[in-house]
Design a protein around this ligand. Structure first.
Ligand code: ADP
Ligand code: MG
Length: 344
């Protein structure tokens, strides 16, 4: 190894990709989006710039999200995107030249083949060695939970594609569950609700804005409303309507229930000593979805366990991958401990 300053931690998320340099923190944080020119097959934009093109491209440009449900959907584009972000990170560190070792997160429910694809894409993007770390494990490290101690810690990472629930103790995942219900699914639920109720077609970006602005996991007795724009499906014309928070709560209800259910079933599978620890220490939420209004309170009410939102939920996994660079040897020695685990 060339000195730890060379190493990078990468959170390759469905919604966002973050790169962390040990000692420097998160140096890149952009959406996992790439715009490709179909005629030439060349990449025209990556990250924020590509995301701004969603729904606004001419015929010869396609905007792709190369990650889907936490796994690689488009291998070459993922590698190209990672290469671009690793280059950006390398521009921000002091030492140039030598290749980096990379710790990259993978969902806990991933198959060996899917994990291999992430590792290979990371190497194709320019890493010297690449080590997988289970996302919830990285999230727990990033949230400063005592993952190496004989204490049960529960983390719920609500990302774009998946929600990962895990109980961690002694440097390993004891039980985990990964469901494909998370931020994107909430956006879709809003889109469907508005289309059905108002015959209004809204864009992907608008759905996300609605979720962030007035979305909530349960009704808060307020009269929050929001004006939204879309295309009327009956006459094809642009239209503005006003929606209330209660309507969005309704739209999100089913997805929120699925997330709560995943937490409950994981608790049911948790050995008693560890569930006692979790009762005492609480559940920690990470990922962008942790910022959904009232989600912490709903989970707490449904489980009777205190719930805390991590300090920096969107960066937890990235910070955790960065911190875990110290433990590269641990991952080399125990490829199955901190990375994947068996999940039904
Ligand atoms: P991933 O790890 O899958 O890339 P992130 O942890 O980066 O996902 O979280 C992205 C998700 O969080 C997106 O679906 C985004 O809409 C959602 N999100 C971000 N901020 C908020 C917010 N304030 N309220 C609700 N959801 C949010
Ligand atoms: Mg994530």
């Amino acid at each position: 190894m060339f000195g730890l300053s060379q190493d990078l931690g990468i959170d390759l998320g469905t919604a966002n990709t973050l790169v962390c340099i040990k000692g420097k923190g998160v140096v890149v944080s952009e959406p996992s989006v790439v715009a490709v020119n179909n005629d030439t097959n060349q990449i025209v934009a990556v990250g924020n710039e590509a995301r701004d093109m969603i729904g606004r491209t001419p015929g010869n440009i396609t905007v792709v999200r190369p990650m889907k449900d936490g796994v690689i959907a488009d291998y070459d584009t993922t590698a190209a995107m990672m290469k671009y972000y690793m280059k950006r990170a390398n521009e921000k560190r002091s030492s140039f030249g030598a290749k980096s070792n990379v710790v990259v997160c993978v969902p806990s429910g991933i198959t060996k083949v899917e994990e291999r694809a992430v590792i290979d894409a990371t190497k194709l993007a320019g890493a010297k060695e690449a080590y997988p770390i289970a996302e919830p494990f990285a999230a727990a490290i990033g949230a400063d939970l005592p993952v190496w101690e004989p204490t049960g810690s529960m983390v719920v990472d609500i990302g774009g594609g998946t929600t990962e629930v895990a109980v961690i103790s002694l440097g390993g995942i004891v039980t985990a569950k990964s469901i494909r219900v998370a931020g994107n699914n909430l956006d879709e639920a809003i889109t469907i609700y508005i289309r059905k109720k108002y015959n209004l077609m809204i864009g992907e970006r608008t759905a996300e804005e609605i979720k962030v602005e007035v979305g909530s996991a349960r009704g808060a007795d307020s009269n929050v409303t929001m004006a939204i724009r879309g295309r009327n499906l009956l006459n094809g014309l642009p239209e503005t309507i006003t929606i209330s928070q209660d309507e969005i709560v309704d739209a999100l209800k089913e997805s929120v229930e699925k997330i709560v259910h995943a937490v409950k079933t994981t608790l049911e599978k948790t050995p008693p000593e560890l569930s006692a620890d979790i009762m005492n220490r609480g559940i920690v939420l990470t990922g962008g979805g942790a910022l959904l209004n009232e989600i912490d309170k709903v989970i707490s009410d449904e489980t009777d366990i205190p719930v805390f939102i991590a300090d920096n939920p969107l960066e937890c996994v990235a910070i955790g991958t960065g911190k875990s660079l110290e433990y590269i040897q641990h991952f080399r020695d125990n490829p199955n401990v901190a990375s994947r685990t068996t999940i039904e």
